[in-house]
Every structure is written in structure tokens, then in C-alpha cells.
Design a protein around this ligand. Structure first.
Ligand code: HEC
Length: 157
């Protein structure tokens, strides 16, 4: 009885192994997508209050959103781009362009610029100067776009 249990446990571990390896990649994709969804929510709040409806500008809210964006940018997102994460499903099928793994130097440069722009936005947001915030927000958005143009696949599949 005990032996049977042990054997079936061993078998279970054995057959579960490839699934666990796949899980790690899917976990990275899922966390990555979560980070970008949350980034998107925070950038939309700033865009709304600074670009689209400046009458609704609330310094504290914009500053909070900018701080979150900087925190995400500084969190080491690169760790969520492990080998094999250009395939698989997180919350949905990943859109990471496989070229990411061949163009590490370009990816590194884009990531550094994104970090700098995010940290600068947090600084500028603390000043409460809506024109300066708008200007810096534009620079941050360009850095999002340059990464998407190079490394995010279109949504059409
Ligand atoms: C270093 C590259 C890079 C930067 C910088 C970047 N993104 Fe992305 N973004 C990606 C990739 C790659 C994906 C696809 C992730 C996946 O599906 O695995 C993505 C996905 C997204 C998504 C879709 C998330 C989903 O799954 O629904 C949003 C929204 C998004 N990014 C917003 C932003 C915003 C806003 C910024 C800037 C503040 C930004 N991103 C900066 C690479 C980047």
C-alpha cells in the first residue's frame, strides 16, 4: 500500500515536470502582461488629466500615477523576459516578438530610455507644473511606442 502510493507520487512528479517548466514561462508572461496593463491604466489617467481634459488636473493623482509608473519601470521587468517567453499564454497569448532575443542591445537601450523617462516624469509630476508634465509625458509615451514598434507583435491573431 505504502509502496504503491510512493510509486504513484514519483510518477506524478515525473509526468508533471515538463508542465512545471512551461508554467514558469507562463507565469513570467502573465506577470509581464499584468505590469503593462497596470502601466496602461496609470498612463491613461495622466493622459486624461494632463492632455485631454486639463480642467480635471489633480496634482496628487497625477503624481501618484507617475510614481507607480516609475516604480514599475524600476522593478526589473527584464526578469520577465526569460528564454522561451515569446511563446505561450499568460492572461492571453503573448505578443512578444521573438526578435527580442536576437536584438538584445536594441532592447537594452530602449529599456534604459524608458526607465529614464519614467523617473523624470515622477520628478516633474512632483512639481505640479502641468505643461512640464505634459511635455515629459510625451517623451515617456514615445519610449513605450518605440518598444512596441520593435518588440510587440500586432494584435491580429
Ligand atoms: C521594453 C519594451 C516595452 C516598453 C518600454 C513598454 N512596453 Fe508595453 N508591451 C511590451 C510587450 C513585449 C508587450 C506584450 C507582452 C506580452 O503579451 O507578453 C506589451 C504590452 C503592452 C500592453 C498590452 C497588455 C495586455 O496584455 O493586454 C499595454 C497596455 C502596454 N504594453 C502599455 C505600455 C505602456 C503604457 C508603456 C509605457 C509607459 C509600455 N507599454 C512600455 C513591451 C514594452
Amino acid at each position: 500500500m505504502k509502496n504503491k502510493l510512493l510509486i504513484s507520487l514519483l510518477l506524478l512528479t515525473w509526468t508533471a515536470m515538463p508542465a512545471i517548466a512551461g508554467k514558469e514561462e507562463e507565469q513570467q508572461i502573465k506577470t509581464r502582461q499584468s505590469a503593462y496593463i497596470f502601466l496602461g491604466w496609470n498612463t491613461n489617467r495622466i493622459k486624461s488629466q494632463v492632455v485631454d481634459y486639463p480642467k480635471t488636473f489633480n496634482k496628487d493623482e497625477v503624481q501618484a500615477a507617475a510614481n507607480v509608473i516609475a516604480a514599475i519601470a524600476n522593478s526589473g521587468l527584464g526578469k520577465l523576459y526569460g528564454p522561451g517567453t515569446d511563446e505561450g499564454v499568460g492572461w492571453k497569448k503573448t505578443r512578444l516578438n521573438p526578435e527580442f532575443f536576437q536584438k538584445q542591445e536594441e532592447a537594452r537601450k530602449i529599456a534604459i530610455t524608458f526607465n529614464q523617462e519614467a523617473n523624470e516624469l515622477a520628478k516633474v509630476a512632483a512639481s505640479g507644473d502641468i505643461f512640464a508634465i505634459k511635455n515629459q509625458f510625451g517623451k515617456l509615451s514615445e519610449s513605450c511606442k518605440s518598444c512596441h514598434d520593435s518588440f510587440r507583435l500586432r494584435e491580429s491573431f
